[in-house]
Design a protein around this ligand. Structure first.
Ligand code: RAM
Length: 337
């Protein structure tokens, strides 16, 4: 009995050792079927999150898993906690979360991981100890700097501008804003002045009212960067029927489908994004590979992400989808999301 035990344990220990020290390479065939994978977006009714979650569900279906989406109706810091607890009780194999706060959810995600549930963040990360992999839409630095470069082009390199962000605690927006502020230090932007960072909380009405407030408080405002799909659509809607139309530039991150009308009627000239559906799809593949034990989330691990091909885990467990696209009247009709 004892001998048998030893014989069985040895390869197990050896493979655990290998997993901890050597990057793993997985192919599509290695993913288990029947995995229970739950998506937990920032907020359930945000059109961006819906597209991302649908991409995730499509991937889970391809892998013959059981996918579902649960989540709060507001993007508040701790609004996701009770959902995480329920997913733990339900013994999901993996949780894929767009975190509303870098820290508030971490103790609960740690509890999930301690029970063998794999955790992937996507869209908005937690502190690194809250997850095994972060699937990032693009390099955060490139997104942040790119937003200032685009605004500068649109306003002719000078003038006052404001940022209309999501919630004050959103990890993704805060990271991008940090890089925007750094980009602004370059001499070529010396005539651009950031006058205010406002928060619309990824709530359409609040974002609309905040836009109105910005225009009242800063009569010389030349531009608004809203690095949130909810914010940019609300800002554009306010501006299209205000005297600021044609005078105040609205740019940021938006979905082509939500922004199309504003581009066609001249309220918005250009904005950026990636394909949120592909983001959710990639996150589901990362989660399924973790849950199948084909990767551990270590730098250099590679896995097959279906139609997105082979992907590699980078530093701090980060997997990157790809560079963002800039949309304007010349290309917006080529995109349908
Ligand atoms: C909003 C959310 C999301 C962000 C996009 C750009 O929908 O804040 O987290 O990635 O905008």
């Amino acid at each position: 009995m004892k001998r048998t035990y030893r014989l069985m344990r040895a390869p197990l220990l050896a493979s655990a050792f290998l997993a901890a020290t050597i990057a793993l390479t997985a192919s599509a065939a290695d993913v288990k079927s029947g995995l229970k994978i739950a998506f937990l977006p920032k907020q359930i009714n945000n059109p961006y999150e819906v597209i991302a979650d649908d991409g995730g569900l499509a991937a889970i279906k391809e892998m013959k898993g059981e996918g579902k989406v649960v989540g709060p109706s507001d993007a508040g810091a701790s609004s996701q906690v009770s959902y995480i607890n329920t997913l733990i009780t339900q013994r999901q194999n993996a949780i894929v979360i767009a975190a509303n706060d870098a820290n508030a959810v971490v103790p609960y995600l740690k509890k999930a991981m301690s029970q063998g549930i794999k955790v992937v963040t996507f869209d908005s990360d937690t502190a690194p100890d809250g997850r095994q992999i972060f699937v990032n839409q693009a390099e955060s630095e490139a997104i942040g700097r790119g937003q200032i470069q685009l605004l500068s082009k649109l306003v002719g390199g000078e003038g006052e501008f404001a940022i209309l962000s999501a919630t004050p605690n959103a990890t993704n927006q805060n990271t991008w804003i940090k890089f925007m502020q750094d980009e602004l230090k370059k001499p070529e932007y010396s005539k651009l002045k950031l006058v205010k960072i406002a928060y619309g909380n990824d709530d359409d009405q609040k974002s609309f009212v905040e836009t109105q407030g910005l225009l009242q408080a800063y009569p010389n405002l030349k531009g608004i960067i809203a690095p949130t799909t909810v914010g940019i659509a609300a800002a554009a809607r306010y501006i299209q029927s205000s005297p600021a139309k044609g005078k105040v530039v609205v740019t940021g991150l938006g979905t082509p489908n939500q922004m199309r009308a504003f581009v066609k009627n001249g309220t918005v000239k250009a904005f950026q994004l990636w394909d949120p559906g592909q983001l959710g799809y990639l996150a589901a593949y990362a989660a399924a590979n973790l849950a199948s034990g084909t990767i551990t989330g270590k730098e250099g691990d590679t896995f097959d992400a279906g139609k997105l091909g082979k992907r590699t885990v980078g530093k701090s467990g980060e997997v990157i989808l790809g560079p963002p696209t800039t949309f304007d009247s010349s290309n917006i009709d080529n995109f349908n999301f």
